[in-house]
Write a protein that binds this ligand. Structure first.
Ligand SMILES: [Fe+2]
Length: 404
């Protein structure tokens, strides 16, 4: 994060003696890009290297589904049964070398701590609230939040109520788009959100507790469990630029215009070879001749995944909250026959959706296969047939108010 934060006690200068009840604390520099990127400095009661036992290493296996045909897809995730916890319950939908996208509806609580050792995470909270307990302090979250967790953050979910998460994990960095920041890192005027919309951990709770604690670390294509003899949240203070934070999709200020605004106006985060965008309720194009739904477009260099959160897509048969449309590269997509005409005069949309565009092809999982409706690719054709009624013309795909 391009701004400085500090919680708890830190010494006057870095790299000098700092004691707690006479005991010299262990200083840990958590940093990116060697020692030149963003970093935070944490002060531990115990060495964070101290491992009592090595637990099991469990490789992550993605079961790939290679479809018989290359086509647009519609996955319906609403009815997915809960399983696992906030980590083990992540079920991969699609992935490539830059990002893994999974759905999580946990049914259990975490009885261990987790750390993504080699990747950043964005957890979009579709349903539920709670607290992400972290070594940087408590991070409250609620429905509509993006929870952004940098690699190296040890954490544990304390959920309240049923949870439904859309999870992005990446070996690259999750960043605020470069064009939203000036050379000092401040978010510029004209960006769709500001620093006040970004919420770092609120309180640091230093836990002084001996025992046996399991820390599961995502590393080297799997999860390695370590048993440590001191509670991982033994930090008395930290400062720096690296910490978990939340940003609510409801705080994204949509950019609208006289005629259609292209998808980059919805960009929320930048990743390595992908972007995450938020489509929020907004006024639509106001030119008298505007066509307030998008033009057809071909994703010549990207794949487009859209997760529908809430709002008015009842006008699109089959697309509901929890639906995912996937428009893979190499194919055009856009409004279905008749929709452009029907959209004329529409001035606002209530839909809420999260989009991830990747610049390299995504692989699909067998989990995605089981959610695929198998007919979405045909919806542009069927709605162009004689006899297709207005409801039919409103069917799946690029909807009346959609950005697609
Ligand atoms: Fe699109």
């Amino acid at each position: 994060m391009p701004f400085y934060q500090r919680l708890g006690d830190v010494p006057r200068k870095r790299h000098i003696q700092f004691r707690d009840n006479g005991t010299l604390l262990t200083e840990e520099v958590m940093g990116l890009e060697g020692f030149t990127g963003n970093e935070s400095i944490l002060y531990h009661l115990q060495s964070p290297c101290r491992v009592m036992e090595l637990g099991p290493f469990v490789p992550t296996v993605h079961e790939e589904w290679v479809p018989d045909a290359h086509a647009h897809r519609h996955l319906k995730t609403a009815g997915v049964a809960p399983e696992g916890d906030e980590i083990t319950g992540r079920r991969t939908l699609m992935w490539n070398a830059d990002v893994e996208i999974s759905l999580c509806r946990p049914s259990e609580s975490m009885d261990y701590f987790f750390r993504n050792g080699e990747g950043d995470e964005v957890i979009f909270v579709h349903e539920g609230s709670g607290t992400l307990e972290t070594i940087f302090g408590a991070l409250p979250y609620r429905e509509g939040d993006y929870v952004v967790v940098p690699r190296g953050t040890t954490y544990r979910f304390k959920p309240q109520g049923p949870q439904r998460h859309l999870v992005f994990e990446t070996p690259g960095l999750i960043e605020i788009p470069r064009r939203y920041r000036n050379q000092s890192g401040q978010i510029v005027e004209g960006a769709p959100y500001y620093h006040r919309d970004i919420h770092p951990p609120t309180e640091l709770h230093t836990v002084r507790e001996r025992g046996e604690f399991a820390v599961k670390v995502r590393v080297r294509g799997g999860h390695q469990t370590y048993i440590v003899d001191y509670h991982p949240f033994d930090v008395v203070g930290w400062d720096g630029y690296l910490f978990p934070w939340t940003f609510s999709i409801h705080d994204f200020e949509p950019i609208t215009g006289r005629i259609h605004q292209p998808p980059p106006s919805h960009q929320t985060f930048q990743g390595r070879n992908f972007v995450i965008c938020s489509f929020c309720p907004r006024k639509l194009d106001f030119d008298p001749l505007a066509v307030p739904i998008p033009y057809h477009h071909s994703n010549l260099q990207s794949e487009e995944m859209i997760y529908y959160v809430s709002g008015n897509f009842g006008s699109r048969r089959g697309v509901e909250a929890g639906s995912i449309t996937l428009h893979p590269s190499g194919l055009p997509h856009g409004p279905q026959p008749g929709l452009a005409e029907q959209a004329l005069g529409i001035h606002e949309t209530s839909e809420l959706a999260v989009m991830c565009d990747t610049f390299h092809p995504l692989k699909l999982s067998t989990f995605a296969r089981d959610l695929d409706d198998g007919i979405y690719w045909r919806s542009w054709y069927e709605n162009a047939q004689p006899g297709a009624d207005e409801a039919g013309a409103d069917a799946t795909g690029a909807g009346l108010t959609s950005h697609l």
